[in-house]
Design a protein around this ligand. Structure first.
Ligand SMILES: *Cc1c(COP(=O)(O)O)cnc(C)c1O
Length: 446
């Protein structure tokens, strides 16, 4: 069923902060939401709204959970979920690697001295400038995505006198989303080289023919919001058939396997998020099993979680501007941001949880739609939710689990400045990404 068709059910307690959805340190104190020991009313006063708030302890503890659960394997945070200098420092502290997908993301990582050998470069159309920078910086891995890229990288490596480690992005025909996965998903997409059509095997041939490139393994990324390991098992099995083929054809045993990311987080009541320890044990077991079955040594496993690291620890704080009752239908609650700071609902019908954050309310539920201030009727943050019926302009609304793919997908639509990102911890807040000003918006215009 599409989200908009689901009959909304009012939660029993509109004031509840469900620990499965909200950041690990969040609570209600004196009626108001606190995160990292900081009252959201103080955050709004000090930093303004809209505001991205990141629970530092939540994010760091998830990084640690991954590092611990996947000890002996590699965990590369997928930077596209949300990347800034401070996140890179946290990754470094907690011992994770980093995936980048553009020269800009690479620049953020290098600007704070992140070890290049722990960076993997992705992208289906990396420019020559991006590849040059990655090779010169000495990134640990480059995941190649096309024949053209193999040729370009070969020329570059020769010219620069370097021998980059490369992996091949393989389209396995497995596509996973939440509980369902399709094991025959067709190859009709821009990413990767198909296992089915033989393109991946041809990529192996082309790379092995270039001694200046070091082919170390295969990569696959099967989807997003995945809650169990079934799809990974099929993908790993299929990748293993290629590993066997490479061994038979070339006498080469590839030592690494990257199974990508896509692990789910809880956005709304009832959403499941996989347990990280179970996930790690499950993936390791799968890789060990399929390789043993195929008579191959067990390769070094890499995983690439993005949203599960930064998603749940982030919230967005907005101020209510208007409360418009559309007689007999619902109430439209307009906040001071919108699709420019969270496009996921408009883009693909994402679902979110939101609460009245600046106070508790004993009022009954009011069927609402939380909307932004942009000139689009599709400018919706939460399509169906219940808010207290006494909601009024000036109240603060918090939206949960906005740490991933919100700030990183933000735009300046309608010339709205992108909100600041603050980290909260131990009762203090500090800006980690400055909010844009009107000057920022006008800069560069002639
Ligand atoms: C986006 C992406 C990820 C991370 O996906 P999440 O859903 O955020 O975990 C990992 N690997 C690759 C190659 C990706 O493109």
């Amino acid at each position: 069923m599409l989200p908009q068709e689901r009959p909304p059910v009012a939660p029993a307690d509109l004031n509840r902060i469900n620990p499965a959805i909200w950041p690990r340190t969040s609570a209600r104190t004196d009626g108001a939401l606190t995160v990292g020991g900081v009252d959201v009313r103080d955050l709004a006063r000090e930093h303004g709204t809209p505001l991205f708030v990141l629970d530092e302890e939540d994010v760091r503890s998830r990084m640690r959970d991954y590092a611990t659960a996947f000890a002996g394997s590699e965990v590369h945070y997928a930077g596209k979920a949300f990347l800034c200098k401070e996140i890179v420092r946290w990754l470094h502290d907690e011992g994770l690697g980093l995936d980048v997908a553009s020269g800009g993301e690479l620049a953020v990582a290098l600007s704070v001295g992140f070890p290049p050998e722990r960076i993997t470069m992705h992208g289906n159309n990396k420019s020559v400038a991006e590849l040059t920078r990655a090779v010169e910086a000495g990134v640990g891995h480059i995941v190649v995505d096309s024949y053209e890229e193999i040729a370009r990288l070969g020329h570059l490596a020769e010219r620069l006198g370097r021998r980059p480690k490369v992996m091949i992005r393989v389209t396995t025909g497995v596509e996973a989303h939440t509980h369902e996965f399709i094991a025959t998903a067709h190859d009709d997409q821009k990413f990767g080289l198909s296992l089915n059509t033989g393109a991946a095997a041809e990529a192996v041939r082309r790379i092995l023919a270039l001694p200046q490139l070091e082919l170390v393994g295969l990569h696959s990324h099967i989807g997003s919001q995945i809650v169990d390991t079934a799809g990974f098992e099929v993908a790993a099995r299929r990748l293993t058939t290629l590993l066997v083929q490479v061994k038979d054809e070339h006498g080469v045993v590839l030592p690494e396997l990257d199974l990508g990311g896509g692990y789910g987080v809880a956005y709304v009541e009832g959403d499941e998020a996989p347990d990280i320890k179970e996930l790690a044990d499950g993936l390791r077991e799968i890789v060990t099993k399929v390789c043993k079955d195929a008579g191959l040594p067990v390769p070094r496993l890499t995983v690439e979680p993005g949203r599960t690291i930064v998603g749940p620890g982030g919230i967005t704080l907005y101020e209510v501007g208007t409360v418009k009752d559309v007689e007999g239908l619902r109430t439209y609650v307009s906040i001071d941001g919108g699709m420019s700071d969270n496009v996921r609902t408009a883009l693909y019908g994402a679902e979110y949880t939101a609460v009245l954050a600046s106070r508790e309310s004993a009022a009954g539920p009011m069927l609402s739609r939380l909307v932004g201030k942009h000139c689009e009727s599709g400018d919706i943050i939460v399509r169906d939710l219940h808010l207290p019926a006494d909601l009024a302009p000036g109240d603060l609304i918090a939206v949960a689990a906005t740490g991933a793919y919100c700030r990183s997908l933000a735009s300046n639509y309608n010339y709205l400045p992108k909100p600041a990102v603050v980290a909260v911890s131990g009762g203090r807040s500090r800006v980690i990404v400055r909010g844009e000003t009107e000057d920022d918006l006008l800069r560069g215009q002639l």
